[in-house]
Design a protein around this ligand. Structure first.
Ligand code: ATP
Ligand code: MN
Ligand code: MN
Length: 300
């Protein structure tokens, strides 16, 4: 905005002051957004983003020189992240690894200072990495697939989930597609979640073989939509609702109500500039019911 030059290079109110270096650095060249605007976005969206992340292992996408240069997906913690970034030690097949975790706005902004743009939590409940509390069907359209088909696919995922007694929630990915998210309570062991997601995606694809495919790989999704169920395993992640995406439009992964889905024009319909406006203006949270949804996974 117009007051940009007058603002100090500090975190906004609500986060403890840790310096934001290079606040004027351009992060999104096409959208014309700086590191400070990214920090301001995350400070403002923190009340919505934090419940999606807090207490969960977190992978991040970092773009040290903005999205036009190399970005990388980082799973493990390492050192030097800032005072409000925590690590969670997780048991692996051989030994263990430290993962990042944040609980508050100060932690989010410590990560922004380290040029984090995207937040990718595990689908496990806080404090319990061995179980899944959310399953994600990530709808990935092949290049030639028109948007209304992606919307129709999401609705079909919802319908078939409802047929086996499962409520689901939809969000834009901030990129090309939609995510259909299924809360699982009591949380399921990851191997059960994985089997369920695979079985469901395969069954759905065999019902609609011209429209959907459950096998990864670019050639398989040609003219179709890949129902990507592979996000549902121990250590796998999905982008968090309200995270920015490190893509030219500065899209945001935005929770939607099923009733408004038909009015949303694409996976990157909401951006850094429009997401906050939407969140401030909307009358209620379209995912309000997700926390209170108690539904166990049925057998496949
Ligand atoms: P789009 O709608 O454009 O597909 P998306 O977030 O669904 O956006 P995908 O490529 O379909 O993107 O899904 C990738 C998911 O896999 C991410 O959400 C992320 O959490 C996870 N992931 C795991 N490893 C990586 C990696 N190395 N790079 C990027 N994403 C990764
Ligand atoms: Mn996707
Ligand atoms: Mn995918």
């Amino acid at each position: 905005g117009g007051t940009r030059a007058a603002r100090p290079s500090r975190k906004p109110a609500g986060a403890e002051a840790a310096t934001l270096t290079s606040p004027e650095r351009i992060v999104f060249p096409e959208a014309g957004l700086t590191k400070r605007e990214v920090a301001d976005y995350y400070a403002a969206i923190a009340p919505w983003l934090l419940p999606e992340l807090a207490g969960r292992p977190l992978s991040v996408v970092r773009c040290p020189d903005g999205i036009a240069k190399a970005c990388f997906f980082q799973k493990h913690a390492g050192r030097g992240w800032g005072a409000h970034v925590h690590t969670i030690r997780i048991r692996e097949k051989d030994g263990s690894d430290d993962y990042l975790s944040v609980d508050d706005a100060a932690g989010l902004l410590d990560l922004v200072q380290m040029n984090v743009l995207e937040f990718h939590p595990w689908g496990s409940p806080a404090g319990d990495p061995d179980h899944a509390s959310r399953i994600v069907f990530d709808l990935d359209p092949g290049a030639s697939v028109a948007w209304p088909r992606v919307v129709a696919a999401a609705r079909e995922v919802r319908r078939q989930l409802a047929a086996i007694g499962l409520a689901s929630f939809v969000r834009t990915s901030g990129g090309k597609g939609l995510h259909v998210v299924v809360p699982v309570d009591p949380p399921a062991p990851w191997d059960a979640a994985h089997r369920f997601a695979q079985g469901f995606a395969r069954a759905l694809a065999s019902l609609h073989p011209d429209e959907l495919v459950a096998v990864a790989g670019a050639k398989n999704r040609k003219g179709k939509i890949f129902v990507d169920w592979l996000r549902n395993g121990r250590g796998a992640t999905s982008v968090a609702s309200y995270s920015l995406r490190a893509r030219p439009a500065a899209g945001v992964a935005m929770p939607l109500s099923w009733s408004e889905l038909g009015r949303v024009p694409g996976g990157d319909a909401f951006t850094l500039r429009s997401a906050l406006q939407r969140v401030r203006r909307r009358r209620n949270d379209p995912w309000e019911a997700i926390a209170g949804t108690s539904q166990a996974l049925p057998p496949v």
